[in-house]
Design a protein around this ligand. Sequence first.
Ligand SMILES: [Zn+2]
Length: 102
Amino acid sequence: MQKFEEMSNIFGLEDKRRNQLSEILDEEVRERDQHKCVVCDSEININVHYKIPRELRGEEHVDNLVTLCTSCHEAIKTVDKNMHIINVWKMLLKRRHWFKRG
Ligand SMILES: [Zn+2]
C-alpha cells in the first residue's frame, strides 16, 4: 500500500510538472476572479483551470484561465472531454482534403 501511495505521489508530481503554470500567472488569475469559483462562487478548494485545454493549443494566458472549485472543475472536465472529441472531429473534417489526392 505504501508503495502504491509513493507511486501516485510520483505521478502527481509528474502531472504537475507537465501542466506547470507560473505562480505569478496563477496568482493573477486568482486575484482577478476574487479567489472564488467562477461558476458557484465557492471559496473552498479553488483551482486555476484552462478554458481551452493545452492539448488544443490553449494559451497559458490569463484570458484562457479561470478559477474553479474542485467539484465544478470535475464537472467541467467531463464536459471538456466531450468537447475535445467534438473539436477533434471538427478539425478532422476541416482537414478532410488532406486525405484526398489532389
Ligand atoms: Zn464551483
